[in-house]
Design a binder for this molecule. Structure first.
Ligand SMILES: N[C@@H](CCC(=O)N[C@@H](CS)C(=O)NCC(=O)O)C(=O)O
Length: 192
C-alpha cells in the first residue's frame, strides 16, 4: 500500500505509527500541505476531499480519514478489542478525537508552529476546547492506564498523535501527570 501524508501532520503520523507497529509493508509519498499539494488536480482525483492522510491499496482503491484508516489497517490486530463493549468504547474515543480534540489542539498547533503565530494570537475558543479535552483525558487516565480497556488500542494511537505535541500549540501538560505518563507508555509501545 502507499500512504500519502505530510509528516508534520498528526493525522498522518497516526497511520505511520500503526503501520510500523504492525510491521506492514508500505511506501510513503510525502505531500506538502503548505504548498497546496492536496489541492492539485492529480491529488483531488485520488481524494476529492483534498486531504491527507490517504492510503492507496491494490487495485486503485483509496481510503481517507485517519481514524477510518486506523480501523481498517488494525482490524485483525490486538489493538482492536475483542470484546464488543470495549470496541464500542474505543470508537467513542475515536469519534470524540475528531470532534472535540483534534479540531482544537491540531488547529492551535498549526497556527503556532506553521503559521508562526504567538500564543496570544490563538483563537480563544480553540484554546478553551483544547484544555477541556486534555482535562477529560487526564481525569480518565487517572483511573485507567489506557483509553479503552486494559491494553493499548487504536484509540491510544489516534489520541497520542496530537496530545504528545500539544505543547507546540501552547498547551501545558505539566499539571496533567496522568496524560504525560500515558504518552510515555504509548511512545514506548510504539518505539517512538
Ligand atoms: N478528519 C480528517 C482530517 C484530515 C486533515 O485535516 N488533513 C489536513 C492535514 S492534517 C490536510 O490534508 N490539509 C490540507 C488541505 O486541507 O488542503 C482525518 O482525520 O484524516
Amino acid at each position: 500500500m502507499k500512504i500519502f501524508g505530510d509528516k508534520r501532520s498528526g493525522n498522518c503520523l497516526k497511520i505511520l505509527y500503526l503501520a510500523d507497529k504492525l510491521r506492514l509493508k508500505y511506501t510513503w509519498q510525502e505531500v506538502d500541505i503548505l504548498k497546496g499539494q492536496t489541492r492539485s488536480e492529480a491529488f483531488l482525483a485520488r481524494n476529492p476531499a483534498g486531504q491527507v492522510p490517504l492510503v492507496e491499496f491494490e487495485g486503485g482503491r483509496y481510503l481517507a480519514q485517519s481514524n477510518a484508516i486506523l480501523l481498517y489497517l488494525g482490524r485483525d490486530s490486538a489493538l482492536m478489542p475483542a470484546d464488543p463493549w470495549l470496541e464500542a468504547k474505543m470508537m467513542e474515543w475515536l469519534f470524540w478525537e475528531q470532534y472535540s480534540h483534534e479540531p482544537a489542539i491540531a488547529v492551535c498547533r498549526f497556527h503556532m508552529r506553521y503559521l508562526e503565530r504567538n500564543a496570544d494570537e490563538l483563537i480563544p475558543e480553540k484554546v478553551e476546547k483544547g484544555n477541556q479535552a486534555l482535562d477529560r483525558m487526564e481525569s480518565h487516565l487517572r483511573e485507567s492506564g489506557w483509553l479503552a480497556g486494559d491494553a493499548m488500542s487504536l484509540a491510544d494511537i489516534s489520541l497520542v498523535a496530537y496530545t504528545r505535541v500539544a505543547q507546540e500549540g501552547g498547551f501545558d501538560l505539566s499539571g496533567r501527570p496522568a496524560v504525560r505518563d500515558w504518552i510515555r507508555r504509548v511512545e514506548d509501545e510504539l518505539g517512538l
